[in-house]
Write a protein that binds this ligand. Structure first.
Ligand SMILES: Cc1cc2nc3c(=O)[nH]c(=O)nc-3n(C[C@H](O)[C@H](O)[C@H](O)COP(=O)(O)OP(=O)(O)OC[C@H]3O[C@@H](n4cnc5c(N)ncnc54)[C@H](O)[C@@H]3O)c2cc1C
Length: 348
């Protein structure tokens, strides 16, 4: 069995790991366009190990996280950190009321505690209709990258951008150059899930260029604050006491509706981030909602792919197949198991 995985991110490495686990004789090649792996969304994300509290409007997103959470903890437990005081606060101007929010979480039997002692974290505490403390954890991005690299058994082909997939013949191309022929191909590029799919199979994708700001914050250790559900923001632990600051209004600072536009912006992403300076807006917005002092340490500029018709803020993971190609639309990190289960079951 010879398998090509396009994209050296979390999904690509995780799927490679699961394939080799099932068939230790499998030859797996990971194609990565950069000269480094696990440096895009796999590393630069909000570091939430989701349980569902962030998605009150998308039951299927919650469902996938509920299914994947324990497996993620089992598989990657040493990369996960507890957040003893992980707060989700529902804003009165959000898309859901406090009653609706709690009803959705109850419908998935999610465990939470309503808390009343944290009004001092909010600039306008009267706008917060309910605050719950939850048991979601944080994925330390440095640890997960180190673990995946150390345990990887696939061969990584760096600086090799795949431009074309022939799903009937199992062939990959860069320009006109044939890169290889495989029994199965997995598209785990995150930002280009339609590569190789025929028109009727394609995902309806939109792209956002995003800014997360890694910050120091004067919060007690083990605290996270997320204001829900609409144009608000969050402070979530990342690594070594630092937080990611994100703002629903300013974190996505450019959006695109074609892959060509997105790829062009990808090449100039650092310059775009410097000239538009969304980092300052993200920090200002978070500080306008929360009583915290933030000191920016590092801007994370990263592309996000979303379903363009994703009603209810859906962030699901879905696999579509054609010939020997399996194309993954990547959602939450703990939903990677739903993709790997299907791919492994079908190809081995
Ligand atoms: C701002 C932001 C915050 C997020 N926060 C969270 C969160 O807190 N919790 C959570 O669970 N999820 C979160 N997500 C979602 C999650 O991070 C992504 O769904 C997931 O990381 C995507 O899969 P990946 O890691 O494989 O992607 P990536 O890390 O982007 O990996 C894809 C790889 O494919 C490579 N590639 C692309 N095209 C080609 C090509 N043609 N040829 C070769 N290589 C190619 C890229 O260079 C890249 O290395 C967030 C996403 C973003 C953008």
């Amino acid at each position: 069995m010879k398998v090509a995985i396009i994209g050296g991110g979390f999904f690509g490495f995780h799927i490679a790991r699961e394939i080799v686990r099932k068939d230790r004789h499998a030859t797996v090649h990971i194609y990565e366009r950069n000269n480094e792996v696990l440096c895009e969304a796999a590393y630069k994300n909000q570091c939430r190990l989701h349980l569902g509290f962030h998605y009150p409007r998308s039951g299927y997103t919650i469902y996938q996280s509920v299914l994947g959470y324990d497996r993620y903890v089992h598989e990657y437990g040493e990369c996960i950190e507890d957040i003893p005081n992980n707060l989700y606060a529902v804003h009165k101007d959000g898309f859901v009321t406090a009653e609706q929010y709690l009803a959705v979480m109850d419908s998935f039997s999610l465990d939470y505690e309503v808390v009343k002692d944290y009004a001092h974290y909010f600039r306008d505490p009267q706008d917060i209709t309910v605050t719950v403390r939850v048991k979601e954890k944080c994925i330390n991005p440095r640890k997960i990258v180190a673990k995946l690299k150390a345990e990887n058994r696939a061969k990584v082909l760096y600086q090799t951008s795949v431009d074309r997939i022939d799903s009937t013949e199992g062939k990959l191309y860069r320009g006109t150059e044939l890169l290889g022929q495989y029994d199965a191909i997995v598209n785990a590029t995150y930002t280009n899930p339609n590569l190789g799919l025929s028109r009727e199979k394609r995902f309806n994708v939109k792209w956002e260029l995003c800014m997360l700001v890694v910050c120091q914050a004067n919060l007690p250790k083990g605290t996270a604050i997320t204001i829900m559900d609409g144009g608000f923001g969050s402070l979530y632990p990342a690594y070594e006491g630092l937080y990611t600051a994100s703002s629903v209004q300013y974190t996505p600072f450019l959006s695109f509706h074609s892959v060509e536009q997105a790829l062009e912006a990808y090449r100039g992403r650092e310059e775009l981030a410097k000239s538009l300076n969304p980092a300052a807006k993200v920090v200002e917005h978070v500080q306008s909602m929360m009583n915290v002092e933030l000191t920016p340490v590092e801007p994370w500029v990263v592309f996000k792919a979303k379903l363009a018709d994703g009603k209810g803020d859906t962030r699901i993971t879905e696999v579509r197949s054609e010939g020997c190609l399996y194309s993954v639309f990547c959602g939450k990190l703990d939903a990677a198991f739903s993709a790997s289960d299907r791919i492994v079951a079908e190809i081995i």
